[in-house]
Design a binder for this molecule. Structure first.
Ligand code: SF4
Length: 259
């Protein structure tokens, strides 16, 4: 029986891998990473060091496209309601590899969702059936993300730098089309160059489709409006913040949300 961790480069999947290895032995565990090719450079440092420390087999998959290339191919700009990047760059390569290599009775799958997000476990269980999916960080002892990071650093491995810089996840280099206004406001403050890059890519998609599309939405008086990254940046630059929802961080969950 193989125990396969969806190894995302996040602290949750590291902590889950550690628990699974303690229970089943590193020789029975596979760490499966799917690369979107726009990851933060420090994610690779974290994966290298943590894989060495865990000692289990490591598999890296890639589709070969970035999220922006996917949006062009499917002629649709991803957003919080439909993010085909996650399906085509993460779930599909992982599904293919899984089906090519294991039958449902030959492996168990694991995700790093923790006890604070246990409402997110239903979708992957349903989606991967008949493969069995488990969530070691939803089990006792319940530990916080800070405790997971402390445990990691006690072993001499520095946490992924995006956490230190205030991001809630370590995916797609701090970008995510499922993220919200607050997340993008943080990206602009932390890394204006990278924000500008994604702003330009969003504009390219608008020109390419010839449509008023945007990653973000704004709701006012019950009505929803498109909110481009350009518009959000311009409002932030002149400190016109009354309509910006800084609490809208959004949830990134490539192996948790199924479009
Ligand atoms: S992290 Fe966000 S942008 Fe990146 S692949 Fe997943 S849904 Fe798409």
């Amino acid at each position: 029986m193989k125990h396969i961790i969806f190894y995302s480069g996040g602290i949750g999947s590291y902590a889950a891998a550690k628990r699974v290895i303690e229970k089943h032995g590193k020789e029975n565990v596979i760490l499966l990473f799917t690369d979107t090719l726009i990851e933060d450079e420090d994610l690779y440092r974290f994966i290298d060091e943590s894989v060495k420390q865990l000692g289990a087999e490591y598999i890296r998959l890639e589709d070969g496209r970035t999220p922006w290339e996917v949006f062009k191919d499917v002629r649709y700009l991803g957003n919080s309601r439909l993010a085909q990047c996650s399906h085509l760059l993460k779930q599909k390569p992982a599904d293919k590899w899984l089906k090519d290599n294991f039958k449902p009775n030959e492996c168990v799958l694991y995700l790093g969702i923790d006890w604070t997000e246990s409402h997110r476990t239903k979708a992957p269980v349903k989606n991967y059936a008949p493969y069995k999916v488990e969530f070691p960080m939803c089990e006792e002892p319940y530990i916080t993300k800070e405790e997971m990071i402390a445990e990691l650093e006690s072993l001499g491995i520095k946490q992924p730098r995006l956490y230190e810089r205030g991001y809630s996840h370590n995916n797609c280099g701090g970008f995510c089309v499922r993220a919200g206004q607050g997340h993008f406001a943080h990206l602009l403050k932390d890394n204006p160059e990278l924000y500008k890059y994604h702003e330009q890519k969003e504009q390219e998609m608008r020109d390419f489709l010839g449509k008023d599309v945007s990653i973000l939405r704004r709701t006012r008086k019950g009505e929803r409006f498109n909110l481009t990254l350009k518009q959000l940046r311009e409002e932030l630059e002149v400190k016109q913040t009354e309509n910006i929802d800084f609490d809208d961080i959004g949830g990134c969950g490539c192996f948790v949300s199924f479009d």
